[in-house]
Design a protein around this ligand. Structure first.
Ligand SMILES: [Zn+2]
Length: 230
């Protein structure tokens, strides 16, 4: 009889929307982004391998002109795939940032996109520079394309505003109960809708929600006007 009235103590309390996620939950939510990033990076690397095979004629695609177009096409595909992968990787880091305590790991995790850019372009640049088979003009053009692609891939893959796990946790605990605002294009989060920095933001470009949502959207820079940075 008594048993029937027993309250289930294991029933989880209703989770408030603003409460931050645990490390495990963050890891889990970031996993799909990271897997997608790695798939895109592997495809990019496959394009580089294909380009190398076209370059040394293991893969014969036709005369010199055709070979040049194939090389450029594969390098462009390589570039697009690296950049897409890096965006997913950065998104994963916004959701589950690396700890600052281990400096090497912090750097590697945040700048993995840059490392991948180097892996996906540097070997073929070296092979192009040492190639004696291509005519001078083709060699010049394809090498220039590969160098520009490396530069562009690096710029788009570098994480310009990484956040550490420690900063993330502090920010979430500081603003758990605050409604946060952010915009479609900015990197900042705001604690006031009336912030002067938001004055010219169109309503369709203004978002609001919990601090966790703002950080997961990559808005991790405290606004200079409305966020107390003392
Ligand atoms: Zn602001």
């Amino acid at each position: 009889m008594v048993e029937k009235k027993k309250v289930d103590v294991n029933e989880a309390p209703v989770k408030a929307k603003n409460v931050g996620k645990t490390k495990e939950e963050r890891k889990k939510s970031a996993m799909p982004q990271r897997i997608i990033a790695i798939v895109f990076w592997l495809l990019a690397f496959a394009c580089e391998i294909a380009a190398i095979l076209v370059l040394n004629k293991t893969l014969y695609v036709g005369d010199a002109t055709k070979q040049m177009y194939w090389l450029i096409g594969l390098l462009v595909a390589d570039l697009i795939l690296v950049i897409i992968g890096s965006q997913f990787w950065k998104k994963g880091n916004d959701i589950d940032p690396a700890s600052e305590k281990d400096k090497t790991r912090y750097f590697l995790q945040n700048q993995m996109g840059l490392i991948v850019s180097v892996i996906c372009f540097f070997p073929i640049i070296l092979l192009l520079l040492n190639n004696k088979d291509l005519d001078k003009k083709t060699k010049k053009i394809v090498t220039a394309v590969a160098c520009v692609a490396l530069l562009v891939a690096g710029l788009f893959s570098w994480d310009w505003n990484p956040i550490s796990e420690e900063q993330y946790e502090k920010t979430v605990s500081d603003y758990q109960a605050t409604e946060i605002f952010w915009t479609r294009f900015g990197h900042s989060y705001h604690t006031s809708k009336d912030c002067p920095a938001l004055k010219n933001t169109k309503p369709e470009n203004l978002f609001h929600g919990s601090i966790t949502e703002a950080l997961e959207a990559g808005r991790n820079d405290p606004c200079d006007f409305c966020v107390d940075q003392s």
